[in-house]
Design a protein around this ligand. Structure first.
Ligand code: APR
Length: 232
C-alpha cells in the first residue's frame, strides 16, 4: 500500500476558531514568543507562561474539529499503519475528529509534564498556581509543550517514516519553523510525491510537486477522496 506522511500546522485548526501564529491577528502578534515559549521565559515568569497556555487550553473546550481534521481521520481508517500523521499543533482536534495515531512533535496542551519525576498527566484545567505533581507532589509541573530551543518529540520515528514514504502532504503551515519545515526535503530525497494544501504560499511552496491554495476544510477532504479512490 502507498505509504503516506501528513504534516499539519496551525492552519488546519484555523477554521475551527483557533488562532494561527503568523497570520494577521495571530498569536505572535499579541505575544512575544521569546516571553512565553522558551524555558528561559518560564524560569523568569512562570505565571505569564502559564497564563498564555491556560488561555489556549481553555479555548479547546469552545472549539470543534473541522472537515479537514475529519478527513484525515477517514484517511487513517483507510490506510491504517501506512499513514503517519505528524502535527506541529498542540490542540487535540485531530484526536477529537477520530485520529488514533497522532505524533505531536511540539507536545500537547492537554498534558502537564513534571520536570521532577518526568510523569505526564492529562490536564484540562489551568496549571497556573496548581503545579504540585499528582505523582511526586513536587511543585514541578509545566506545560507539556516543546518550546523554542527544545528538542521536538518523535524525530527518529518521523525521519524513518519520511525516508520510507511515497507521498508527503503538508497542510496549514508557513514552513518557517524547523525541523518540520525541512520534512519536504527528506521526502524529495526519497523521490516521494510532495503536495502542499495551504491558504497562502509558504516558505517551502516551491519544494512541492503540487501546491493547492484554499481553506483546509475544502482542500483536505477533496485530497483524501482522491487518495482513497486511488486517483493519486
Ligand atoms: N486553511 C489552510 N491553511 C491555512 C488556513 C486555512 N483555513 N488559515 C491559515 N492557513 C495557513 C497560513 O497561510 C499559514 O501558511 O496556515 C499557516 C499558518 O502558519 P503559522 O501561523 O506560522 O503556523 P505554523 O506553520 O503551524 O507554525 C509552526 O511555529 O511558533 C511555532 O510552535 C509553533 O507549531 C508552531 C510552529
Amino acid at each position: 500500500m502507498t505509504r503516506v506522511v501528513v504534516l499539519t500546522g496551525a492552519g488546519i485548526s484555523a477554521e475551527s476558531g483557533l488562532s494561527t501564529f503568523r497570520d494577521s491577528g495571530g498569536l505572535w502578534e499579541g505575544h512575544d514568543p521569546m516571553a512565553v515559549a522558551t524555558p528561559e521565559a518560564f524560569a523568569a515568569d512562570p505565571d505569564l507562561v502559564h497564563r498564555f497556555y491556560d488561555e489556549r487550553r481553555a479555548a479547546l473546550s469552545r472549539v470543534r474539529p473541522n472537515p479537514a481534521h475529519e478527513a484525515l481521520a477517514r484517511l487513517e481508517a483507510a490506510y491504517g499503519d501506512d499513514l503517519l500523521l505528524v502535527t506541529q499543533n498542540i490542540d487535540d482536534l485531530h484526536e477529537r475528529a477520530g485520529s488514533q495515531r497522532v505524533l505531536h512533535m511540539h507536545g500537547r496542551l492537554r498534558s502537564a509534564w513534571c520536570v521532577a519525576c518526568d510523569a505526564r498527566h492529562e490536564w484540562t484545567g489551568p496549571l497556573r498556581g496548581l503545579t504540585d505533581c499528582p505523582s511526586c507532589a513536587m511543585p514541578a509541573l509545566r506545560p507539556d509543550v516543546v518550546w523554542f530551543g527544545e528538542i521536538p518529540h518523535d524525530m527518529d520515528q518521523i525521519h524513518e517514516a519520511l525516508w520510507d514514504c511515497d507521498i508527503f502532504c503538508s497542510i496549514g503551515t508557513s514552513g518557517q519553523v524547523y525541523p518540520a519545515a525541512g520534512f519536504v526535503q527528506y521526502a524529495l530525497a526519497r523521490r516521494a510525491h510532495t503536495i502542499e494544501l495551504n491558504l497562502a504560499d509558504s516558505d517551502g511552496t516551491t519544494d512541492f510537486h503540487v501546491s493547492r491554495r484554499g481553506p483546509a476544510s475544502e482542500l483536505v477532504p477533496a485530497w483524501v477522496d482522491e487518495l482513497v479512490a486511488g486517483d493519486l
